[in-house]
Ligand binder design. Sequence first.
Ligand code: PXG
Length: 460
Amino acid sequence: MNLLFEPQRQTQDYQASDAAHHIHAFVDQKALNAEGPRVMVRGEGLYLWDSEGKRYLDGMSGLWCTQLGYGRKDLTAAAAAQMDQLAYYNMFFHTTHPAVIELSELLFSLLPKHYSHVIYTNSGSEANEVLIRTVRRYWQVLGKPQKKIMIGRWNGYHGSTLAASALGGMKFMHEMGGLIPDVAHIDEPYWYAQGGELTPAEFGRRCALQLEEKILELGAQNVAGFIAEPFQGAGGMIFPPESYWPEIQRICRQYDVLLCADEVIGGFGRTGEWFAHQHFGFEPDTLSIAKGLTSGYLPMGGLVLSKRMAEALVERGGVFAHGLTYSGHPVAAAVALANLKALRDEGIVRQVKDDTGPYLHTLLHEVFGNHPLIGEIQGTGLLAALQFVEDKGTRKRFANENDLAWQCRTFGFEEGVIIRSTLGRMIMAPALVASRAELDELVDKTRIAVDRTARIAGKL
Ligand code: PXG
C-alpha cells in the first residue's frame, strides 16, 4: 500500500503522537495540542491533500520554497540516481564531486558575472551563520580585524539559529535567547505603517540614511556589513520605496561596509528575475540562498561571494577554519541542479516575469483595488501582499490586525487555499509553475477569505 496516497492511520492518532513528541515552530504548543495540527499527506503541482482527504491550493509554495510545485519526477529521479551512484561524500580538505561542481557551473551561469564562489550550507539560517564568519574573516585578511559589527533591520528575518536570529530584527526572538554581541539594527522601510506624512520616496531615503547614522555612531572602522532582504518576507512581504536601495548601496560603498543580500526567499525567480536584488537594481557583495535552490525537495543553502571577496579569501586568506559535514551534499546538489535546469529550460522565470506575474497583479488590483479592507497591494512576479486597513485616508491599522489576519488565514484553509498572515498583511507566493487558472482560483478563494474577514471587522 502506498503510504503517501492512503494515510495509514486516523488523523487523531497522528495528532496524538505528534503532540507527544514535537515542539512546533512559532506556536503555543499547548494550544496546538488541544486543537491538533493538520496532517499533510500528499502534494501534486500546486495542490496538497491532508489526512482527511481535503485538498488545498498551496498559495505559499510550502514555506516560500517549492518553485516547481510538488511531485516533480525529474527531481526525485535526480535524487535517486545520485543516491545510487554516490549517496554521500564531502568537500572537506582535498575532495570534491561532480554533482556539486555541475551545480555551481549552472548557478554561476545564472548569477550576475561579479559573483564567483559559494559556500554551501543546509539551510538559510546556516547561510547567515556562515556569512558572519566569512565577512569577519574577509576583513581580517584585509588587515581590518576590528571590522566585526553586522547591521540588520528591525523586523528583518534571517533564520532561527543563534546568530541568524540576532541578525534578524524580531524582538520576541531576541528576548528568547536569540541575541549575540556585535549586531545592531536600523528601522525597516515599511512606508504604509511607519511613513507618516512623508512620501514613499522621502521615507525610503530617510530609512536608508539611518544606516549612515548607525555606521557613524558605531565607527565605520568597526562595521563589517549590512544585511537585509531585498524585500522583507517573513516580516510581511514589505517592498521598500524605490529610493531605498540606491541610497543603501551608496552608503555601503562610501563607508566600505559589505552589502549582504538575504535572497533566501527572493532568489530563484520569485520576482520574475532570477534574484530579487536584480529586480531592485543593486549589487550586493554576498547573497544568502536556500529554499528555491532545491524547490525545497531537499535541504540546501549557501553563501554566494563576489569575485572581490573570493579573491581576497583565496589568494591571501590561507586556511579558512570552517566547514560543514553536509556542505555541497551530493544528493541535494543533484536535486538543485535538476531544479535549476527545469527553471531555466522550461522558461519558468521568464514566464513569471512576462505572463503569470503581471496576470496575478492585474487580477489582484481588479479584485482588491477598491476592497474596503485592503489599503495596499504590494509585490511583483508571483509574490503579493494585501495590507489590512481600518481607515484608508489615514492608513490607520486595526488594533487587532494580527488576529484578523490569522482569522483570514483560517478562513483560507476552510476555503481550501493556503495564504500566510503576518501582522496585518496577507501574503501569497505560489509555486512559479502556477497557471493562470490556478492563479484565478488562488485569488478567488482568497477573496472569499478576505470578505469573511471584512465582515467580522465590520467592513462589509
Ligand atoms: N533568510 C530569510 C530571508 C528567510 O526568509 C531564512 C533566512 C532561514 O532559512 P531556514 O532555511 O534556516 O529556515 C529564512 C526563512 C514564513 C517563514 O512563514 C519564513 C521562513 C521560514 C519559515 C517560515 O514567513 N524564512
